[in-house]
Design a protein. Structure first.
Length: 497
């Protein structure tokens, strides 16, 4: 149920409905150009709506919209608070930048007669991710989770490499398992509480928390969300999915999908179970910390040995998810703020990295390090954008990654978890190794003999790349807005504990 200080805003429903209704329009057009124009116009309209909602939330507080005028908890309610508004803006902006970037990229990587389907699926995925972020209903979240997941499976399968089909199938199997675990958890909660509204669940949950049914629900929810989040060791779908999907799909999913899943984990722990100290009453904290640290180290070690740059960055994503979950698991305001700010910063950094990789693939036709030798001299601006993202992943000062990791180190020191602070620093050194491998190949090795001059990267690809790269630079040089917002969100979320 909504907070008394919140107020109804119809723009909240338009945020989800506009791209949802535009997707079948792309199918009806059956034209690559028409579908691209429609998807681009709609995605930028969604950015306008998202920014308006962010301004409203920062000015007025929480906003809501009740579907059909039915009051919560009887009806489905959309709710947006500061942390949700930031996630919405990130998803919307990445989606809007993806559309112009996609025009030339997909023409080279996807069969022409399937391009209109690509844009339809992109809009469905965008709508699903936005719906996950704004819904205040646990079952409605499952519906949007399936919309985004099903469209993601199709997007990945459109890759030109036949292994994209296998990657999509593996993702489908593991994604279905994750969704099944989630909905079983929701069903068990409903059995004990009689409600699906998250705010209502929060108030009822303390009375039933000692039942075995709710304990099972918590376990199912945690495993299901972790599968969607690709939290180690439930990440096995992610490396192949990112490697063999079309480059623009990899960039979009890496910057948005796992961040939205992290947001779902955040809402589950701190909203649905917000009146209960899960970390004191259940062994959730050590489990999440162990999984997070394992991701930070083992995924980074896997990234070091990769010869395919997309697969390298895919394992890097698994490692960075570890930092986000570590912040959530610390159960302190500083730790939670660190997880939230890294969720935002990683979206910018990984979006920039995969946009740069997509431009390299477009220009050279390859994504192996051997074929990218000397790329720093052949494509200086594109490589420079990748280096900006890479420095952020390491956590070099004046980059967003430094802000996030410094916040996490501060949080663990406040809790006197000195070994954990050392592990954060050591895992960052592993990032130095795999980012250095790309730097060495790009700048310190000559181009392979007989190589062809790279194709010219069109402005429609280089402009979105550098918009994200400049946003990454700004987020590192001026972190006040995101850090303040993260701390404000952490205070609100920790209020019940």
């Amino acid at each position: 149920m909504s907070d008394p200080a919140s107020f109804s805003d119809p723009w909240l429903i338009l945020l989800v409905v506009v791209p949802l209704l535009a997707a079948p329009v792309c199918v009806l057009l059956r034209s690559a150009g028409g579908a691209w124009s429609t998807a681009t116009a709609v995605s930028w309209a969604v950015v306008g709506i998202a920014i308006k909602l962010l301004i409203t939330v920062l000015d007025q507080g929480q906003v809501y919209y009740r579907i059909g005028g039915w009051d919560a908890p009887w009806g489905i309610e959309y709710v947006l608070d500061p942390v949700g508004a930031v996630v919405v803006v990130i998803v919307a902006v990445i989606g809007a930048l993806t559309m112009p970037y996609a025009k030339n990229s997909v023409e080279k990587e996807i069969r022409h007669d399937r391009i209109y389907l690509f844009y339809a699926m992109m809009l469905l995925c965008l709508s699903g991710l936005l719906g996950i972020t704004v819904t205040g209903d646990a079952f409605n979240l499952f519906v949007f989770l399936e919309i985004s997941s099903l469209s993601s499976y199709v997007l990945i399968s459109l890759g030109s490499d036949r292994r994209a089909l296998t990657a999509a199938f593996r993702y489908l199997i593991m994604g279905t398992l994750g969704a099944t675990f989630y909905i079983i958890g929701v069903g068990l909660m409903y059995q004990k509480t009689g409600t699906l509204n998250m705010a209502d669940l929060r108030t009822i949950m303390p009375a039933v928390i000692d039942t075995h049914t709710v304990h099972a629900a918590l376990a199912f929810l945690t495993v299901g969300i972790s599968l969607k989040l690709a939290l180690f060791p439930l990440h096995l779908w992610l490396p192949n999915a990112y490697t063999f999907a079309p480059s623009v799909v990899t960039a979009f999913l890496a910057a948005t999908a796992t961040k939205v899943s992290a947001y779902v984990l955040l809402r589950t722990i701190y909203t649905i179970f917000g009146e209960i100290d899960l970390f004191a009453d259940f062994p959730l904290k050590p489990v999440l910390i162990v999984m997070a640290v394992a991701a930070m180290f083992l995924a980074s070690l896997s990234a070091i040995w990769q010869q395919n740059i997309k697969r390298m960055m895919a394992y890097s994503s698994v490692a960075q998810i570890g930092y986000i979950v570590l912040g959530f698991a610390l159960a302190s305001e500083a730790g939670l703020a660190g997880g939230i700010v890294h969720m935002v910063n990683h979206a910018l950094m990984k979006g920039t990295a995969f946009f740069a990789i997509g431009a390299m693939v477009f220009a050279t036709g390859s994504m192996t390090l051997r074929d990218l030798q000397g790329i720093g001299r052949r494509m200086p601006w594109v490589t420079a954008a990748f280096v900006i993202a890479g420095l952020g992943l390491i956590g070099v000062p004046l980059t967003p990654g430094f802000i996030s990791k410094w916040q996490l180190v501060t949080a663990v020191l406040e809790l006197e978890l000195w070994p954990l602070a050392a592990l954060i620093l050591l895992s960052s050194l592993l990032a130095v190794i795999y980012v250095w491998r790309v730097f060495e190949v790009a700048y310190l090795r000559p181009a392979p003999l007989g190589h062809h001059k790279p194709a010219e990267v069109p402005l429609s690809m280089s402009m979105p790349l550098w918009i994200l790269a400049l946003a990454t630079i700004y987020a590192g040089a001026n972190a006040t807005f995101t850090l303040n917002l993260a701390h404000e969100a952490a205070q609100q979320l920790m209020g019940g504990l």
